[in-house]
Design a protein around this ligand. Structure first.
Ligand code: NAD
Length: 490
């Protein structure tokens, strides 16, 4: 069993470089999802705090603390944040394991993953080059990338630190200042990002972190007249609400929304390797991942064989607290567990065949749900169309590649997709046909900070990660110069 360190009992918001209470002195009680016991408290940010945070970010931006400095100095600052996050790895690991529930090895890895974002975008900060455009000898014309200003970033609960850092690192590299709205269920690792920024001597106000209700503080933040840019990662309904606010103010936004991603398994695939990979793809973080493998579309000839291999592997998965590094950890809350169970029961009522799981884990005090597989799922069933955000995998059968692609593309989402085959031509053909922002071949979650990520359809728009992400955080200015030298005649 892994050891559990004491978590600080009270945490604050980070505004203008200082740790502060909420404007009304209220607190949010946090729970350990593995035990359903109280864990700690955090100062509850209010609408007034959203205003203070935006003002701090506005002031820092207008004072040119990031925009006007040499890009190499911004890069050095990002590298210092990376170092500070790594130095805080143990605290980050404990915090995100205990307030989010994820396994301790994964929670500890969040510090390294997050540091990697700051190093990657630190490396880009001094390479944001423009173009020179030929207009004839009487002109000089060039483009430059400018930051938007204050970027408001609203973060969900499933990977709070990494999803915050994914946007903050890019925004800072380009010279923006940021206000982050962390998730109320598990904000602690994002607080530690504030600590890393302090240790890295990030200028006051360049990074601000608030924890408060989405409907109140999130709305106030996005609607604030001092905000120039919005990054939202979360559900489709909240994305729509935020888009309405952004539209009202005519500010750009990045929408990283949900998914119902499918993997297609062709009959020539290495079934043992596929089964191992599917377990990771479908049950990591108890299925609470936007890019989770939610639907496995399996060729009719290998359907029984692959199902049996999956059941065999699921039987070996341990279900238990993240702090003990179990394979399947709790869902974030009792409400999320009940929601997942309701999906399963409705699927059974609609005729889906429950192969394993489908119910909360018995005899455990927290919000655990058994890893679950449903077969004989038809594409029009709710369980095949809607995002569940739990450890539930649907199996569907196909006969021809065209049929597999039609099934995979048959939802309103388009975040990621996968293909399993040894045939490179078939893999490439399928990757082209799949409607998704990223396609994995023979390994779910292949890729990294370097590979662009984001959705099509209801999964959103804009890209995070990779060099493409930088384009979300800058606007292009063109400078067109008419030369007046007498030597120039045209
Ligand atoms: P959510 O939409 O309920 O909440 C996300 C954030 O928005 C939270 O911080 C919440 O407090 C805030 N919020 C809620 N209402 C708001 C409002 N009216 N105005 C402003 N902010 C508001 O999502 P969730 O349940 O926290 O996260 C799960 C969802 O996130 C899933 O759909 C998942 O697929 C998606 N997600 C997407 C990605 C991606 O990169 N595409 C990554 C992780 C999670």
């Amino acid at each position: 069993m892994m050891s559990q360190q004491a978590i600080r009992p009270f945490w604050k918001n980070f505004i203008g470089g200082r740790w502060v209470e909420g404007a009304r002195g209220r607190r949010i009680a946090l729970e350990d999802p593995a035990t359903a016991e109280p864990l700690a408290e955090i100062a509850r940010a209010e609408v007034e705090d959203a205003d203070r945070a935006v003002q701090a970010a506005r002031h820092a931006f207008d004072a040119d603390v990031l925009r006007a400095i040499k890009p190499e100095r911004r890069a050095a600052m990002l590298f210092r944040i990376a170092d500070a996050l790594e130095a805080l790895a143990e605290q980050i690991g404990q915090a995100e394991c205990l307030d989010n529930g994820k396994r301790i090895s994964d929670a500890r890895a969040q510090a390294g993953e997050s540091a990697r974002y700051f190093r990657y975008y630190g490396g880009i900060a001094d390479k944001l080059e423009g173009r020179s455009i030929p207009l004839g000898e009487a002109y000089v014309d060039y483009t430059m990338h400018e930051p938007y200003g204050v970027s408001a970033q609203v973060v969900p609960w499933n990977y709070p630190l990494q999803l915050a850092v994914r946007s903050v690192s890019c925004a800072l590299a380009a010279g923006n200042t940021v206000v982050v709205k962390s998730p109320v269920l598990c904000p602690l690792s994002v607080c530690l990002l504030g600590e890393a920024c302090q240790r890295a001597e990030v200028p006051d106000g360049a990074v601000n972190i608030l924890c408060g209700s989405g409907a109140e503080v999130g709305t106030a933040l996005v609607a604030h007249p001092g905000v120039d840019h919005v990054v939202f990662t979360g559900s489709v309904p909240t994305g729509r609400a935020i888009l309405r606010l952004a539209a009202e103010r005519v500010i750009p936004s990045v929408m990283e929304l949900g998914g119902k991603s499918a993997g297609v398994v062709y009959p020539d695939a290495d079934l043992d390797a596929v089964a191992d990979d599917v377990i990771t793809g479908a049950f990591s973080n108890a299925g609470q991942l936007c890019s989770i493998l939610a639907r496995l579309i399996v060729h009719r000839r290998i359907f029984k064989d692959l199902s049996a291999r999956l059941v065999e592997r699921i039987a070996k998965l341990s279900v238990g607290p993240g702090i003990e590094d179990h394979d399947v950890t709790p869902l974030i809350s009792a409400a999320q567990r009940d929601k997942v169970e309701a999906f399963c029961r409705r699927a059974e009522a609609a005729g889906a065949d429950r192969v394993v799981g489908g119910r909360p884990a018995p005899d455990l005090p927290g919000h655990f749900f058994l890893p679950s597989v449903y077969a004989d799922v038809s594409p029009e069933m709710e369980i095949a169309k809607e995002e569940i955000f739990g450890p539930v995998l649907c199996l569907l059968r196909f006969e021809t590649p065209e049929e597999a692609v039609a099934l995979a593309n048959g939802t309103d989402y388009g975040l990621v997709a996968g293909v399993y085959t040894r045939d490179l031509n078939l893999a490439h053909w399928t990757a082209r046909q799949l409607v998704a922002g990223q396609v994995f071949v023979n390994q779910w979650f292949a890729g990294g900070v370097e590979t662009p990520f984001g959705g099509t359809r209801r999964s959103g728009f804009g890209r995070e990660k990779g060099q493409e992400a930088m384009l979300n955080y800058v606007q292009t200015k063109n400078v067109a110069i008419r030369l007046t030298d007498r030597q120039i005649r045209r």
